[in-house]
Design a protein around this ligand. Structure first.
Ligand code: CAA
Length: 388
C-alpha cells in the first residue's frame, strides 16, 4: 500500500503589493528584490481574510470532489494562530461543516509545521487505511514596517487530502530530521509580527539542510542522483538557489545549469508572486512545480526540504503518480493569482494596520471577495460568513 497526497490545492488573498511600488516608496533599487531575493509581488490579506478563510478557500475544491463525511481528521499547521487555546482546525471544521466524527488539532513549529502535519497524517493512514485526512498549512507572513523581512511578506494556504493509494504523490518512508534551539525568527505571544535575525536565519536554514540531508542519507541509503526534482521551503525564491547550490556542493555533485533549472525552477513560479506563506510555502512551491513543469513528471522522485526557524528541518521524498496531471487544479491557482487587485502603498498600510483582533467587538467591511470571510468579532468570538 502507498500513502500520500491524493489531492492538493492552494489559495491566496485577493490583493497584492508589487515590489516595484515598494521599492519606489523605500527608494531601493528594484533589482534588490527582483534579482537579489527573487520576489516580484506579495499577496496581502485584507482584515476580513485570515488563516481560516484562506484555509477554507484552499480546501473547498477538494471537498467538492469527495464525500466530505469521510474526512477522519483535520490537521491544521500554522504560525499565525488565531487563538491560544482553540485550534484553527476547529474553526475550519465548523465553517466547512465537516463530520463530527473527526479529530482536529493545530500543529506549530514556524514554517515546518505543515510537514509535521503531513508526516503525521501519512503515519495515521498507514496505521489505518480507512482514514482520509485533511492537512492544512495556512499562514499570513507579517513583519514590522521597514524591517528587513517586510519585502518577503505574503500569504496563502494549502489543503492536501492524505489517503491510501494517493493519485498525486506517494510519500516514501525514511526522512532526515534536525532540531536545534536557535533564535533566528520568532514571534512572542504578544506580537502580531515576527522578529527575525534575517542573515542569521539564512545561515541556519542552510546548515540545517546539510544536517537533515546527512540524516536522510543514513536513514534511506539514497543519494543526490536518486532524486529528480527538489522543492525547498521558499521564504523568498532566491533561497531555493542558495539551498540547491549548498546541497550540490555538500554532496560534490556535478550538474550543468540546464539540469539545475530543471530540478528547481518550476517550483518558484507562484512563490515569486505570492510571497512567503510560512508553513504553506513549501507546498505552494510543490503546486508550482506540478502546474508549471513543461514535461510529464510521472514516476519522478521529488525531494522536499522543510525548514522552520527556531529550528526544525526535515528532508523527505515522494514519487509522482501516473495520471497525476488529471487531478491538478492549475486553473484555479492561476485564476486566483491573476485576479488579485493591486494595492498602492497607502492602501497596503491601511490593510496592514486595520486587523486589530484584540477588541471585544469588531466589524470588518467586506473587502475579501471569496466565498468565506471573517465578518467580525462578537464578545471575543470570531464570526465567519459563507457566501453561497
Ligand atoms: N541588484 C541585485 N542584487 C542585489 C541588489 C541589486 N541592486 N541589492 C542587493 N542585492 C542582493 C544582495 O547582494 C543579496 O544577495 P546575497 O544574498 O546573494 O548576498 C540580496 O540581494 C539581499 O540583499 P541584502 O542581504 O542586502 O538584503 P537584506 O539584508 O535587506 O534582506 C534578508 C535579506 C535578510 C533575507 C531579508 O529578506 C529577511 O530578513 N527576510 C526574512 C527572513 C527570512 O526569510 N529568512 C530566510 C531563512 S528563515 C526561513 O526560511 C523561515 C521563514 O520562512 C522566515
Amino acid at each position: 500500500m502507498t500513502v500520500g497526497i491524493d489531492l492538493i490545492h492552494f489559495s491566496t488573498s485577493d490583493y497584492f503589493l508589487g515590489l516595484d511600488t515598494y521599492a519606489k516608496e523605500k527608494s531601493v533599487d528594484l533589482d534588490k528584490f527582483h534579482i537579489g531575493i527573487g520576489q516580484e509581488k506579495m499577496s496581502i490579506a485584507p482584515p476580513d481574510e485570515d488563516i481560516i478563510t484562506l484555509a477554507a478557500k484552499a480546501a473547498d475544491p477538494i471537498l467538492a470532489q469527495i464525500n466530505k463525511d469521510e474526512i477522519t481528521a483535520v490537521l491544521f499547521a500554522t504560525e499565525s494562530g488565531i487563538d491560544q487555546s482553540k485550534s484553527a482546525g476547529a474553526f475550519l471544521h465548523g465553517l466547512l461543516q465537516l463530520p463530527n466524527r473527526c479529530r482536529t488539532v493545530e500543529f506549530k513549529h514556524a514554517c515546518y509545521a505543515g510537514t509535521a502535519a503531513l508526516q503525521m497524517a501519512t503515519k495515521m493512514v498507514t496505521a489505518n487505511p480507512k482514514e482520509k485526512i485533511l492537512v492544512i498549512a495556512a499562514d499570513i507572513a507579517k513583519y514590522d514596517i521597514d524591517s528587513s523581512g517586510e519585502a518577503t511578506q505574503g500569504c496563502g494556504a494549502v489543503a492536501m487530502l492524505i489517503t491510501e493509494n494517493p493519485r498525486i504523490l506517494s510519500i516514501e518512508p525514511g526522512s532526515g530530521y534536525y532540531t536545534e534551539d536557535v533564535n533566528d525568527f520568532w514571534r512572542p505571544n504578544h506580537r502580531e509580527t515576527a522578529l527575525v535575525d534575517g542573515k542569521y536565519s539564512t545561515k541556519v536554514y542552510l546548515s540545517s539542510l546539510k544536517h537533515a540531508w546527512d540524516n536522510f542519507v543514513e536513514e534511506t541509503g539514497r543519494n543526490f542522483y536518486d532524486i529528480d526534482a527538489f522543492c525547498y521551503h521558499i521564504p523568498f525564491s532566491r533561497m531555493t538557489e542558495k539551498a540547491h547550490k549548498t546541497l550540490i556542493k555538500k554532496v560534490g555533485a556535478k550538474i550543468d545549469d540546464a539540469t539545475f533549472k530543471l530540478q528547481t525552477e518550476a517550483g518558484q513560479v507562484y512563490n515569486r508572486i505570492v510571497g512567503n506563506s510560512y508553513s504553506a510555502s513549501l507546498y505552494i512551491g510543490f503546486c508550482s512545480f506540478l502546474d508549471n513543469a513543461n514535461a510529464s513528471l510521472e514516476g519522478k522522485r521529488f525531494g522536499f526540504f522543510s525548514y522552520g526557524s527556531g529550528c526544525v528541518a526535515e528532508f523527505f521524498t515522494g514519487i509522482i503518480q501516473p495520471g497525476y496531471q488529471d487531478l491538478l487544479m492549475a486553473d484555479s491557482h492561476r485564476q486566483q493569482i491573476e485576479s488579485r487587485q493591486e494595492l498602492n502603498y497607502q492602501q497596503y498600510l491601511a490593510f496592514y494596520h486595520s486587523g486589530d483582533t484584540t477588541k471585544e467587538n469588531v466589524n470588518y467591511p467586506a473587502t475579501n471577495h471569496g466565498k468565506y470571510r471573517l465578518k467580525g468579532i462578537e464578545h471575543h468570538i470570531r464570526q465567519y460568513e459563507k457566501k453561497d
